[in-house]
Design a binder for this molecule. Structure first.
Ligand code: FCB
Length: 388
């Protein structure tokens, strides 16, 4: 395998990994997802990774793995357990999280809402409530007032298109709607909610950068006119439409990238991850190049592979970061790369079997075991190597 050790990422480039509260913290009991778990419709995260108690240890591991940044999310249901009632103790907890990151020189990137909503919000109509955008931005404003000075980089929400698709179109995540009208409406509500928060940050002149973590896919086709039209439509609907709706209301673009979708034959057979997803790291490059048009700094906020045996992860990371570097060379203002995920964790409707972690978690003992691929990523983070 050839190395490209002469090709460096710029100084100040952020290297880290991503997590989200419901997937790692444990002990969250009052969300829409918990209710579905109680009804036996979805798996129960229970203690998850017990990261709520073990975050200091986990951040020690991130440092040991050469990271200089870390992305995590704040759990809305902890902060606002009842409508309009805010819990100062939850803020205190996240202050300790920020302290722990600061102490270790890990630059934080924070998501305010990553898929789970408080049960009271869900029960009262969720994002179909007339005042949903106001309710959502009130929560965000509360957190930003209390904690905004602890991080420069904030995201209001994670993957609005993936979430609405699963929650309102496919109906396999709470609130389990299967309705095109609701789906399209909620997308608009989320865009409006984000813009409201952005305006608040501007009005208050908060010295932070605000964005949205956006899942983009690379759609590819053979030459058939129908497939080409389909790809044009999907590109517009899935990749660009939400970003256009919030145009002028974001300071950076956070890209979550996992998927490469091809239409038409013949198609080369690609390897698959434990999720059954096709593994094609070049799609990261293709998606990054499509973001040039926005003229904003770009961060890869999620990119990763479920691979319990750890036989594919190292090659995936080498290739993905090689493509990230190529995007930089080709003019994408890329500022950081966050691997999903630091730890194995609770993978939504799939439960605990799918293992995305740089670090294996043994759930019976909560023991953390560093995977060999994490050390390959470490070399890349530390600028010692860039591989193809
Ligand atoms: C993304 C989610 C993240 C994780 C990965 C595998 O869509 O943002 O929480 O589940 O997929």
């Amino acid at each position: 395998m050839a190395t490209n050790a002469d090709k460096k990422f710029p100084d100040g480039f952020l290297w880290g990994s991503s997590t989200s509260a419901y997937q790692v913290e444990g002990g969250i009991v009052n969300t829409d997802w918990n209710e579905a778990a109680r009804q036996g419709i979805l798996p129960d995260p229970g203690r998850a990774d017990d990261h709520y108690h073990l975050f200091e240890k986990d951040f020690d591991i991130a440092v040991e793995l050469g990271h200089n940044a870390h992305r995590f999310s704040i759990e809305w249901a902890r902060i606002e357990p009842e409508e309009g009632v805010f819990d100062e103790r939850a803020i205190e907890h996240y202050k300790l999280v920020f302290d722990a990151l600061e102490k270790r020189h890990l630059t934080p990137a924070v998501t305010l809402w990553h898929f789970t909503v408080p049960l009271w919000f869900d029960k009262s109509g969720g994002f179909l409530r007339k005042d949903a955008a106001t309710i959502f931005s009130r929560y965000c404003e509360y957190v930003l007032d209390k904690l905004g000075n602890r991080s420069k980089m904030w995201m209001t929400m994670n993957e609005p298109m993936i979430w609405t698709q699963n929650a309102y179109f496919n109906g396999n995540w709470p609130p389990f709607h299967n309705d095109l009208v609701d789906y399209l409406r909620v997308i608009n509500v989320l865009a409006a909610a984000h813009k409201k928060v952005y305006q608040y940050v501007q009005a208050k002149k908060m010295p932070i950068q605000l964005g949205v973590a956006k899942n983009n896919m690379y759609f590819d086709s053979n030459r058939s006119p129908f497939n080409r039209m389909l790809v044009w439509f999907l590109d517009w609907f899935w990749n660009r439409r939400f970003l256009n709706k919030i145009k002028g209301h974001q300071d950076f673009i956070a890209l979550n990238q996992y998927f490469y979708k091809r239409f038409g034959e013949p198609r080369p057979i690609l390897p698959r991850s434990d999720m059954g997803w096709e593994v094609y790291p070049r799609s990261l490059y293709l998606c990054l190049m499509e973001l040039k048009r926005y003229n904003l700094p770009v961060y890869v906020m999620e990119n990763g592979i479920a691979d319990a045996a750890d036989t594919k992860r190292a090659a995936f990371i080498k290739e993905a970061t090689m493509w990230a570097h190529k995007a930089l060379e080709d003019g994408v203002p890329l500022k950081g790369y966050f691997y999903w995920s630091l730890l194995d964790n609770f993978e939504w409707d799939k439960g605990f079997d799918k293992r995305f972690g740089l670090v294996e978690v043994q759930y019976d003992t909560m023991k953390r075991i560093i995977r060999p691929s994490a050390l390959v990523f470490k070399e890349i983070c530390q600028g010692n190597a860039l591989f193809i």
